[in-house]
Design a protein. Structure first.
Length: 246
């Protein structure tokens, strides 16, 4: 396998031997040479092929496991994990981000209602008593695999939203087409474990790790346009951000 992956060790390099292995396997994964789900040979065989000690090879594999590129499974061995959707931390929609990355997302609308807003929703969207909102839950998939379970509340004085429209387009595209210019959002990202409702929909196990996100978006007129609670499979999804020192 070392030859197949074009893994070579330069003993004259200042780069530690284990890190050269890490770089080589990372490159093979990112280039697609090692596809998600691929099995690697055991550490003893790989070490022998590269003329490395077993502790050196184990250190390399441990680092790749910690970085989330490999996973060890009892009875299976070491595998490349499924590729994650990495989403930039900016005011955009998941649907648009996936399409811009070349994916073909699909949406199942699990629940859709046009009802009077409850107190927490009125507070989040700054609505008066008696105001109505669109309330819906969607399951977003990529390649037929569930990625995100999304619940949203949208004020109804902007445009008409239907279940069919939500199946065809992302929420932010619908609102932008209606003239909304998003300006900012308050957002909270966290983690939780899948419950009895979320796990079967996301095709994961109860207790599996999920990424959570709560967001309320504001347009350029100062209106709180929509608010939502989303959960994502942690093995398939992550946020990316750039930190700047002030």
């Amino acid at each position: 396998m070392a030859k197949q992956l074009n893994l070579s060790i330069d003993r004259s390099s200042p780069v530690p031997l284990y890190h050269q292995v890490v770089q080589g396997i990372e490159s093979a994964i990112h280039s697609g040479l090692l596809a998600p789900g691929s099995r690697l040979e055991n550490e003893i065989d790989l070490a022998a092929q590269l003329n490395l000690s077993r502790p050196t090879m184990r250190k390399a594999m441990d680092e790749l496991v910690r970085s989330g590129l490999l996973v060890r499974k009892r009875g299976v061995g070491t595998q490349v994990v499924s590729s994650q959707v990495r989403r930039p931390l900016e005011l955009s929609s998941l649907y648009d981000d996936l399409k811009n990355n070349g994916s073909k997302p699909t949406t199942d609308v699990l629940m859709f209602a046009h009802d009077e807003a409850d107190a927490p929703t009125r507070e989040a969207l700054h609505l008066p008593a008696g105001a109505k909102v669109y309330h819906f839950t969607r399951l977003r998939k990529v390649g037929g695999k569930p990625l995100a379970l999304m619940e949203n509340w949208v004020r109804d004085d902007i445009t008409t939203i239907s279940e069919d429209l939500l199946k065809e387009q992302g929420l932010y595209a619908i609102l932008r087409n209606a003239g909304v210019n998003f300006r900012l959002a308050t957002q909270r990202i966290g983690a939780l474990v899948a419950n009895d409702y979320q796990a079967p929909l996301l095709e994961t196990q109860v207790g599996s790790a999920l990424v959570s996100m709560e967001r309320t978006a504001v347009d350029d007129t100062g209106r709180n346009v929509e608010t939502g609670h989303h959960v994502y499979r942690a093995d398939s999804y992550s946020f990316e951000m750039t930190l700047v020192q002030r």
